[in-house]
Design a protein around this ligand. Sequence first.
Ligand code: F6P
Length: 595
Amino acid sequence: MTQYGVDLFLVLVLASLGLSALAIFVTFSRNRRQHARGSPPPGDDVASEAARKVLREFEKNGQSVDAALVSWSPETLRKILAEDLPDAQVIVVSNREPYIHNETEDGDVELVVPASGLVSALEPITRACAGTWIAYGGGTADRTVVDRNDRVQVPPGHPSYTLRRVWLSDEEYQGYYLGFANEGLWPLCHIAFTRPIFRESDWEAYEAVNRKFAETVVAEARNERPIVLVQDYHFALLPRMIRERLPEAIVITFWHIPWPNSEVFSICPWRERILDGLLGSSIVGFHTQFHANNFTESVDRFMESRIERADAAISYGGQVTLVHAYPISIEWPVELLQSLPSVEECRARVRRRFKIPAGAKLCVGVERLDYTKGILDRFHALEELFIRHPELVGKVVFLQIAAPSRGTLPAYKQLYEECLRYAEELNERYGSESYRPVLMVAEHHSQASVYEIYRAADICMVTSLHDGMNLVAKEFVASRDDEQGVLLLSTFAGASRELLEALIVNPYDAAMMSEAMLQALTMGSDEQHERMRRMREIVRDNNVYRWAGSMLLDAARLRKRGDLDRVTASYDRANGPAGDNVVSMFERKQAVGFR
Ligand code: F6P
């Protein structure tokens, strides 16, 4: 070939590669745009099927799986369960139940959905898997609605899974929940400068309650191989207890709060027992890689174990535990948004209800009343804003919705009093008869009414001092189908790793926060739209089904590996160790009739 021929050939090859890349890019961007607009694009199911095939190819070649290739929905979860984990029973265990039955003053039974990120994430998953959810029955009418096996079908009206309630005595609740979990582990794991309190009697209650839940898991398991999704810091000992009773179960433990560095963790007098308990899991999940690394470091420091960093695995006591980051999310609220009034109507209603003067911008904060959430720091930033920009007095109202939480504990009582005092101080200093700059509403709100408030807000402030993820940030973004509104987000919340278009703030820096508030208050509609649009795309794509699906795919892989290991062991028992004779896995499978 002449030089000219070679050049022409190269030009043609490059041009065709370029065209293919362009075609892939155009298709990908179109899909993303269609996703961003709302309902899934036509043929989405086909697309997700194709994506699953790509995913399997990755797996076959031993490459890492990119969960981003899949369009995640309840259907995707059901398919994973049916194809990759056939006949597996899904059991969820959490302290907080998804539905609480309470007795009203006039003797009726009312249903409450608790203010809990964990509940809002797990509920759609359990519905999709038609699983069993085991939780503490804390409602005053909980006992009256269960059957003789302490079960009740939920959600009410459209039952799709079983809620199995576990009863705790006052002493158990005090020691396990209020004491060890919330005065010990909670402050230990959050950098909020509240000293953890560890009492031996709390530890004993914690252990006893974990055992009670383990017995309930065994009682609810229909066979030896359920998939148990253990939730949060209330159940650090439960994975090991389940493993002892159901060795073939897949136990996926998700730690919804941060994990501290190993030096801080060493404060806990029962640190080895906690780690041993968690290492009974097949998988331990965290919201961020940072917290997963902290956990691995703690194991490395305190346990006789082998850390396989390349595989994100820990080998301990003859068992392997994967330690991964799975960022939690929300279900994209299609139906909820359809049921809500327009943004204009929500604005009008909320402003009427809270008597917000016309012309004043509305900042909101929504969460459990907890010292990790940085509520006082928000008030501080508002004060700083008024000091630096007195012209804004009268033009901003801060509405704080705080669901009462763990209210009998001294740290929470003190926080509540300080919030009330500070709000009153600001109202006296900057308010008037017709204007109160801070509205502190310490009441539980339903999901619909919280969404109405999000939709009415000009600014949402999520200023946690430390937070595993924070789903309020994601809910606010999801609620704004008008693509307006500004999110101020703490750099210490896991959500700040994903929602990069938020105004990222340091809650300890009141001056910086007040400047971010000013930026939000004066941000033009085009910029709000651009930031909100991108964040909505991320939350819609990385939804809660992806969170659960990624864990279930990892669980399926573990189960297959475990089954193959059993095949090898069984062949070797029958034929003696293979030694130098190389026996393929295929031959071993044939020999023991494994399918
Ligand atoms: O934020 C951690 C967390 O466990 C959430 O997962 C859950 O929403 C909340 O705390 C639990 O709060 P409570 O003690 O009121 O159940």
